[in-house]
Design a protein around this ligand. Structure first.
Ligand code: HEM
Length: 340
């Protein structure tokens, strides 16, 4: 057995020859971070609209209240829209752009088509904001505030939302296909997609907890329910509507215990091997997921710890900025189209 000081000495020894190569690399990364966060990107601030549109938070909240009251699933739709926005060229409202002759949007990319919903909720909020303070509040910021309000309205935690994003004039169909994780992707690949966005393994596990609300379609959980299930798994009951060959669009809640409540029940279900998607269950059951398993246990046991981490991770995800949008972006008048 090696003593800890021996391990430290060994590590130091191993590290020394690499330093000349690593140092410029690290300096380069650090300088990029400094340049990107201080030079080109104006930092987001909590009071960004305090003089230009002081009622923005009230207006978004009121519209989200109506939306969630009319159908609690609307909360899930808003949260997912924000996620799919941020993972493709940063949180810049690119996900909201419709296809036109000159622009191929993200809505028809495979993770989104016939799947991502709720665009009208954002349209409604935007309309209200345009009559109150025209040309001021970006669609990207609306998505961020709407997602936060959605979570609170179904019982989840509150957090302050940094604001001041600009809307992109571009979208990326290809990046939507590449960056957004999918239901039957392996854990390592999913984690690497989060790391690529600057999010950690902890962020990955906490943000996945958004699956405590909302629904998935059979085509996304079929492989899971016809794979290896525990003996008394609730998931077996889904086979009657989602057969091996039919029912692609049949929907089921991620959390069959409290489908419309934002709580830590998602993690408790993972401990029971009742995660709806293969990607959900892998967080707990993958042999590679030592750290993710520990985090799933922690959030299943301690809902406060989950709420705190979820809030922090949502702010972190919302801060994935698009430096190009800060320089060349705009505040769209209609979230579906760039301004003429
Ligand atoms: C960890 C990797 C993730 C994967 C593989 C994944 C995959 C999916 C899939 C396949 C669906 C169902 C789509 C359908 O059947 O049409 C879904 C729904 C959903 N996802 Fe994720 N997701 C992930 C992470 C996240 C994150 C980070 C969030 C938000 C922070 C999120 C929020 C949601 C919500 C709220 C729904 C339900 C939407 C509805 O009811 O229509 N997901 N996700």
């Amino acid at each position: 057995m090696l003593e800890s000081h021996q391990i430290a000495a060994q590590e130091e020894e191993m590290a020394t020859p690499r330093q000349p190569i690593l140092r410029p690399f690290i300096l380069f990364i650090l300088s990029r971070l400094v340049i990107e966060s201080f030079a080109s990107d104006p930092p987001l601030t909590l009071d960004y609209y305090s003089s230009s549109c002081p009622t923005v938070l009230e207006i978004v909240r009121k519209e989200m209240e109506c939306a969630v009251l009319s159908d609690p699933r609307n909360a899930a739709l808003a949260v997912r829209l924000h996620f799919h926005d941020c993972f493709v060229q940063g949180c810049d409202g690119s996900v909201l752009l419709d296809d036109t002759v000159t622009l191929k949007g993200e809505k028809t990319a495979s993770p989104n088509v016939n799947s991502l919903l709720g665009y009208e909720i954002i349209d409604r909020i935007k309309n209200k904001l345009e009559s109150e303070c025209p040309g001021v509040v970006s669609c990207a910021d609306i998505l961020t505030i709407a997602a936060r309000d959605a979570v609170i309205l179904v019982g989840g935690p509150y957090w302050d939302v940094p604001l001041g994003r600009k809307d992109s004039k571009t979208a990326s169909y290809d990046l939507a296909n590449e960056n957004i994780p999918t239901a039957n992707e392996g854990l390592a690949s999913i984690i690497s997609k989060f790391l690529y966005q600057g999010l950690s393994v902890t962020d990955t596990v906490a943000l996945s907890g958004a699956h405590t609300i909302g629904m998935a379609r059979c085509q996304n959980y079929r492989a899971r329910i016809y794979g290896s299930l525990g003996e008394n798994s609730h998931l077996s009951s889904l086979k009657s509507t989602c057969t091996a060959v039919e029912g692609d669009d049949k929907i089921a809640p991620f959390d069959y215990v409290t489908p419309n409540v934002f709580d830590n029940s998602y993690y408790i279900l993972l401990l029971k091997e009742d995660g709806l998607l293969n990607s959900d269950q892998e967080l707990y059951s993958s042999l590679l997921g030592i750290q993710t398993k520990r985090l799933v246990r922690k959030y299943a046991e301690d809902s406060l710890a989950f709420f705190q981490q979820f809030s922090d991770s949502m702010v972190k995800m919302g801060n994935i900025t698009n430096s190009d949008s800060f320089e060349n972006g705009e505040v769209r008048k209609n979230c579906r189209f760039i301004n003429t």
